[in-house]
Structures are given as C-alpha cells and as structure tokens.
Design a protein around this ligand. Structure first.
Ligand code: CA
Length: 244
C-alpha cells in the first residue's frame, strides 16, 4: 500500500452547471498543476467516475438533474474503491450547507458560494495529501496486518478502519478522522479546533458545530456497537477526550 514518490498528477473532476464558476475552478486547478475535467450534470459525472482515474470530486449541490447529494449518495454506493473518493461540496445557500453537515453524506469538505478559487485549490491540495493510497489501487478487503489496539478500540490506519469491541464501525470520513485523532492521544482533551484541524479543512466559524455534529453521530454508532459507557467524553467549553 505504499505510494510511490512519483505519484502521477492528481485528477480532479468538477461537477458544476454554471459555466462561469466551472471555468474559474478549472483554471485555478490547472494553473496549480492538477489535471481537471468538467461535467455539467450529475448523471454524466457518475459515468465519468466509474471510468476511473479521478482522485477527487468537486461537487455542486444544485445541479439540474440528479443534484449533488444524490450524486454523492450514489458514488458512496458504487462497488470498489471509487466509493471512497474525497468529495468537496459547493453549496449556494445555508440550507444546502445544513444538509451537507446534517446528512451522512460522507462529504470531506464544503465551500459556500461565492468562494475564492485559490481557497478551493488549497483545500483540494490538503485533501489529496490525506488520501492514503492511489484510489484505484486500494484493495477491497485488506490483509489483517496493520491493526493497533487501544482499549476496546482497534485501528488500522492504512486501511482507514476502526473496530470497537471487535466490531467494525461503519464511519464517514469525518467520523473516522475524529476518532483517529482521539485515539492518537487517549485521555487527552482535544479542542474542537484541534479536532477540526486533524480531520478536515473548513472555515473556522463553523468548526464547533461541525465537530459536534459528527461527535453525535459517532457516539450513536459506538452505542450501536455496544458501548455501555460514553467513550467520547465532553469537557464543557474545552473539547472532547476519549476514555479507553
Ligand atoms: Ca448549480
């Protein structure tokens, strides 16, 4: 699973029905050395994604055919490693943003329009740095090698998997990132900003809410996996800590 140092140029697919926005984004990506393709519609994008070779998806929420949420949902349900593709949503309104945060869509980041193309490219770069292996080369059920146990938890960072009391947890990228950060320092109180910093890039003003939202869903999944106690403790006004 080691990535060769001479990684090919990352390829970003931009799905956006407003030509002016798409052109600006494509230009910004290409001038930073990325390969970039464009789809106007969601259906077209899903086809393109299945053809392979895409490393990251920039996805407009308001598309005239399927809509970005539906595209993301269908992407996550695709067979194979493409389902894990990093997705950055472009949202036009607050209610769209609420849905990005509230639904379990597995988005990795979002930008609210109007946004700075430079900022978007910075987030694309940050996100691609976190992709652990070439998307196409990620095997399905990986070998059982890299598990590391901490209390009732076991984490396989290479395979980006976490088990609780022996049970695999089905985590979104956010939830995985949060739990990974907490597992790196069991017992330590991590502020929301610290958790945000480890997990994803986003504007600071929504950090608290985003972290809280995902801690909530993470707790529900731990309860479903049999946690009788609350493993993620809230330290009011400070942050969260993992009790193992
Ligand atoms: Ca649109």
């Amino acid at each position: 699973m080691l990535r060769a140092m001479t990684a090919p140029v990352a390829h970003v697919l931009v799905v956006e029905d407003e030509a002016a926005i798409a052109e600006t984004v494509l230009y910004a990506l290409r001038s930073e050395g990325y390969a970039a393709s464009h789809c106007l519609l969601g259906g077209e994008a899903l086809q393109r994604l299945q053809d392979g070779g895409i490393d990251l998806l920039v996805l407009d929420v308001g598309l005239p055919d399927l809509g970005g949420f539906e595209v993301c949902r269908r992407l996550r349900a695709l067979p194979g490693a493409v389902a894990q593709l990093p997705v950055i949503f472009l949202t036009a309104r607050n209610d769209e943003l609420d849905r990005v945060l509230g639904l379990e869509l597995g988005a990795d980041d979002y930008m609210t329009k109007p946004f700075s193309p430079r900022e978007l490219v910075a987030r694309v770069r940050a996100r691609l740095r976190r992709v652990p292996a070439p998307v196409i080369a990620t095997p399905g059920p990986a070998e059982d090698g890299g598990w590391r146990e901490t209390g009732a938890f076991a984490i396989d960072r290479e395979g980006r998997r976490i088990r609780f009391q022996g049970q695999p947890l089905e985590l979104t990228r956010y939830e995985y990132a949060l739990l990974d950060a907490l597992l790196q320092r069991p017992g330590a109180i991590l502020s929301r900003a610290q958790l945000m910093d480890r997990g994803w890039d986003s504007s600071a003003d929504s950090a608290d809410r985003t972290v809280d939202t995902h801690v909530k869903t993470l707790r529900a999944k731990l309860r479903a996996a049999g946690a009788s106690d609350e493993p993620i403790r809230t330290h009011r006004g400070v942050g969260y800590a993992l009790q193992v």
